[in-house]
Design a protein around this ligand. Structure first.
Ligand SMILES: [Fe+2]
Length: 278
């Protein structure tokens, strides 16, 4: 297996718009359903099924780099969120589960800091169709910006608003690093593979995805709500965090100022209160 330079070339085309970048700031996740072709899923699955298969070898494998790590659907999202010349992974894990397995608790991975930046992306790829009984990872959208102590998180059971990654073979889930996640109970006899790696930013953030000249920074809706982050308090809590992350991604972190009280970004969905944008 050849070892390649692990930095993406500068010709990867971004695929996300301003609105989609803002949506990622809100949810901390972007799903690409079934984007990796079956021919790829098949050989990856067969490789992982071999005795002594080492997933780390995949990040050094030309075919895996070409067909998965640099798949245009994946890199379009990664390029949009991490800028040009993002770093490809040097390690890869496989959360392989054989037969029935008990649920794991909610957690965040080591080093999570609920940062309002986007220096890296954690990516999950399923080379086989994941049905609910196979224990597909659960994510809680919007949780990447919500600081919580790990020991508290471990006590949480099922959460309203959680999303299960039951999806067709070849699906890829791009996530903010601090997103809360969990493996639910796996009840069937199958063997399930879940490959996981990270891409890293190497350039300063700038607004160089698919931009809309009419995008309204002052008037955009920065609030986020789902069944977990419901109710006025939680909905409005999200607004400054989401706005700060979005401004950082745009390379405008130094322009981000909270005016306090009910001013921007709380006011941004109320046209009568506009004008206090950071
Ligand atoms: Fe994890």
């Amino acid at each position: 297996m050849a070892f390649k330079s692990q930095r993406a070339a500068g010709n990867v085309r971004p695929t996300l718009s301003d609105e989609e970048i803002l949506e990622f700031c809100k949810t901390g996740m972007y799903t690409l359903e079934g984007v990796i072709p079956d021919s790829t899923n098949r050989w990856v699955f067969e490789y992982l099924d071999r005795e002594g298969a080492d997933p780390v070898q995949l990040v050094r494998d030309d075919r895996f780099i070409e067909e998965v790590l640099l798949h245009p659907a994946v890199t379009g999202v990664v390029r949009s969120l991490l800028g040009e010349h993002f770093q490809l992974p040097e390690v890869m894990g496989n959360h392989r589960l054989a037969g029935p397995v008990e649920a794991r608790s909610w957690h965040i991975d080591g080093g999570s800091n609920f940062e309002r930046t986007c220096e890296l992306l954690q990516v999950f790829y399923i080379p086989q169709t994941n049905r609910p009984e196979m224990g597909p990872t659960l994510f809680l959208p919007g949780s990447h910006l919500v600081p919580v102590a790990r020991e508290d998180l471990e006590r949480f059971g099922d959460l309203a608003g959680q999303e299960m990654t039951a999806a067709p073979a070849g699906s890829v889930f791009v996530t903010a690093y601090s997103l809360w996640h969990r493996q639910p109970r796996k009840v069937d006899q199958s063997t399930r593979n879940l490959l996981k790696w990270a891409y890293w930013r190497t350039e300063q953030p700038e607004r160089d995805w698919i931009t809309d000249p009419n995008f309204d920074f002052a008037g955009a809706d920065y609030t986020y709500t789902n069944d977990y982050f419901s109710g006025a308090a939680r909905k409005w809590q999200s607004a400054p965090r989401v706005a700060e992350m979005f401004y950082w991604l745009c390379g405008r972190a130094d322009e981000f100022h909270l005016v306090g009280g009910a001013g921007w970004p709380y006011s941004s969905t109320d046209p009568g209160k506009r004008g206090a944008a950071g």
